[in-house]
Design a protein around this ligand. Structure first.
Ligand SMILES: [Zn+2]
Length: 130
């Protein structure tokens, strides 16, 4: 279902938005202490510079609002509508989910953000030069 060449592939795996051949992150695991924000400067495969401009990824904060709300809505639907949890417990579940998934939300937001500005380039995927 998830194929290379699809923006969703780059967003979900954190791979280079241009060639999708390798991860933008030093560690693929966002829960590894100190590694949440550590990214390679350039793609080792197609040489794309990830940080288009200084503080480029600050913009990802706007995306994280949307991603955070999506998570909150999902938890709300599951807890309140499907399980029938009380409102206060639903609220606790939402806060707990946000805290636990914060690293995932932050990375997803960055991936979405960079994919808004760059798109998949099949040529970059095969050749070794951008
Ligand atoms: Zn690349």
């Amino acid at each position: 279902m998830l194929k290379k060449g699809n923006k969703l592939y780059s967003i979900l795996t954190g791979s280079c938005p241009k060639c999708q051949q390798e991860s933008m992150y030093v560690s693929k695991n966002p829960y590894k202490p100190g590694h949440l924000f550590r990214m390679h400067e350039r793609c080792g495969h197609c040489n794309t510079k990830y940080k288009i401009e200084p503080s480029f990824f600050y913009g990802a904060m706007y995306v994280s609002y949307g991603v955070g709300i999506a998570f909150a809505v999902a938890v709300f639907v599951i807890a309140k509508l499907l399980i029938g949890t009380s409102l206060i417990n639903t609220f606790i579940a939402i806060v707990a989910t946000m805290v636990v998934f914060m690293p995932v939300i932050i990375r997803l937001s960055r991936n979405i953000w960079i994919n808004i500005f760059m798109k998949y380039d099949p040529k970059a995927a095969v050749t070794n030069k951008a």
